[in-house]
Every structure is written in structure tokens, then in C-alpha cells.
Design a protein around this ligand. Structure first.
Ligand code: TA6
Length: 289
């Protein structure tokens, strides 16, 4: 592990992690999946939701925080035996550079490269670089590089779980008038009429959605602004009662406390990279009162 700046400490856990604590915020990032599990700006309540039932084990996805979905989103397109949302969130990443920035934020870089195991599942050479900047905002940048000799096509997402007091009283703005696929209703094509309110299981894939969204939480009296760059797909998810009860790593009563707003490139907006090419997907999260 490289020499760590004063704001970064190693955390002993079933899974190795680093903790970040600076004058702007605190965060916890597991090397497993380069998984940001917690981000709490100074003076704020936790912004990322993690299930009390989450697994923290090699080969298992962490339930909450920011799972990195790559190189496919959702179920594997042809092999049901493969894990949902790809392999990146299940692999140990390496901790690269870590530095305290002049403005008091902390920048930590994680890396994952293809190997025989990944190529057995997805036969392409890639290099992932994930840059996490912890400050009064949380800046997440996933760079995907095609390190092979031929073009490849992939899906990706920063599948972020946000903490809300009660999703039934929350409101998501920024997607008004956008077209979406309703995965709760067989992928039916619909248009978002007004702010997105949560009254039942919600699983919507918005294509052509490149702008920011805002989660309004009237109970906590805060707004979480979710901006992004390099992403054409926004996914919004809450499992509600029945699906929450079916997930072993998700408490039956936890569903009112979270909502996923995900920066992605998926479905019709999957990405093709030529040999040697790279591109970035970024999500920037801030809290307003
Ligand atoms: O992003 C929404 C979604 O695709 C839902 O359909 C649901 O499956 C969720 O992801 C969680 O997936 P996971 O594999 O982490 O349980």
C-alpha cells in the first residue's frame, strides 16, 4: 500500500478498507469492488445507505453505498449463472495513489485490470481506474480503458444507494418529461409526468437522461443533488415491500430508508471503445439545505 496521507487510514475489517477523514467529510471505501460504503459531510447525516444485512465477503456484493457495475448492467445477457451487474463489484481492487489536496479534500485512486478469471467470463482486456474525491461533495469517476487489440462494447453504472428518512415522503426531480422503461411492468415505455414520487416498487431506466437529479427529503430537511457526466442513462430504484423481503442481504423493514439514483450507460446506451480508447463516467453528489 502506498504511503498514505494523514487523512487516510487503513481499516481492519473482514474486507480491507480505507477510511477518509478530512475537514470536509468522512468516508469509508472497501477495496472489494472499490466500494464507497459511507460518505458523511461535516455537519450532515450519512448520505449513502447500506443495509444492516449486507454481506461483507469476497465474491459477494455489498448491499448499499456505491456498487460499480461493469461490464454489464442487470442480469448477464446470455448466461444466468453469471452475477448481476457484472464482475467489477465482486473483485478486489488495488489502492493506487492517495493524496490530500490543497483545498482540504482527499483524492484516492483504485485500479482493476482484466485477468484470466475475468477474461473467462468476459473475453476482453480492460483497465479500470476509479477516482474518489472526498470533500463537501463526493466525486466519483470511473475510467474504462480498452487495453486490448479489438473494440469492445460494455455497460456500466455507479449504482448509488442514498439514505432518506422515508421514501414515501421523498420526491425526485430532474426527470420530468423523460422517457423511461418501467422494469416493474415488463419494460413498458412510459414518460415521467412531473416529479417522481414513490408509492410502490420503482425500477425505471431513463434513456437519454444526461442531467442532474435532486432527491428532496422533507423529513431530514435536505436535498441531495446527484449530478453526472459521461452518462446517458439514469436508473431509479426502490424495491418496496415484497422485493425487499425476498433479498437475503436486505432487511425486510429497510426499504423506506433508501432510494437508488444511478449514473449509467446501459441498454440502448451501452458504450463501444476501440483498442486503446478510454472514457469516463462521473457522478458528483452534494447536499443542500
Ligand atoms: O438498478 C436497479 C436494479 O437493476 C434492480 O432491478 C435490482 O435488481 C437492483 O438493481 C439491485 O440489484 P442487485 O443485483 O444488487 O441485487
Amino acid at each position: 500500500m502506498s504511503i498514505l496521507p494523514s487523512s487516510v487510514t487503513e481499516i481492519a475489517h473482514e474486507l480491507p478498507a480505507v477510511g477518509v477523514s478530512n475537514r470536509h467529510a468522512r468516508a469509508t471505501i472497501f477495496l472489494h469492488g472499490a466500494h464507497v460504503a459511507s460518505w458523511r459531510p461535516v455537519g450532515e447525516a450519512e448520505v449513502l445507505w447500506t443495509s444492516v444485512r449486507s454481506w461483507f465477503a469476497a465474491g459477494k456484493p455489498i448491499r448499499g453505498g456505491v456498487p460499480i457495475c461493469f461490464p454489464w448492467f442487470g442480469a448477464h445477457p446470455t448466461d444466468a449463472a453469471q452475477p448481476a451487474h457484472g464482475i467489477a463489484r465482486l473483485r478486489p481492487w488495488t489502492l493506487g495513489e492517495a493524496e490530500d489536496l490543497a483545498d482540504g479534500r482527499t483524492r484516492v485512486v483504485f485500479r482493476l485490470a482484466s485477468d484470466p478469471q475475468t477474461e473467462a467470463v468476459w473475453p476482453h482486456a480492460f483497465e479500470l481506474k476509479y477516482t474518489v474525491v472526498v470533500g463537501a461533495e463526493l466525486e466519483l469517476t470511473l475510467e474504462v480503458k480498452n487495453s486490448g487489440q479489438e473494440a469492445f462494447t460494455f455497460e456500466e453504472a455507479l449504482h448509488t444507494y442514498f439514505d432518506v428518512a422515508d421514501v414515501r415522503r421523498a420526491k425526485l426531480t430532474g426527470l420530468e418529461g423523460a422517457r423511461y422503461l418501467d422494469k416493474v411492468d415488463g419494460g413498458a415505455e412510459r414518460t415521467q409526468a412531473g416529479p417522481l414520487l414513490f408509492t410502490a416498487e420503482t425500477d425505471r431506466v431513463f434513456a437519454g437522461a444526461e442531467g442532474p437529479c435532486t432527491i428532496e427529503d422533507p423529513v431530514l430537511g435536505r436535498k441531495i443533488v446527484v449530478a453526472k457526466a459521461g452518462s446517458k442513462t439514469t436508473v431509479v430504484w426502490n424495491p418496496w415491500v415484497a422485493k425487499a423481503a425476498r433479498m437475503p442481504d436486505y432487511g425486510d423493514e429497510e426499504w423506506p430508508g433508501m432510494v437508488c439514483v444511478e449514473a449509467a450507460n446501459a441498454g440502448t446506451e451501452r458504450v463501444t471503445l476501440g483498442a486503446g480508447q478510454a472514457r469516463e463516467l462521473r457522478q458528483v453528489i452534494g447536499v443542500r439545505r
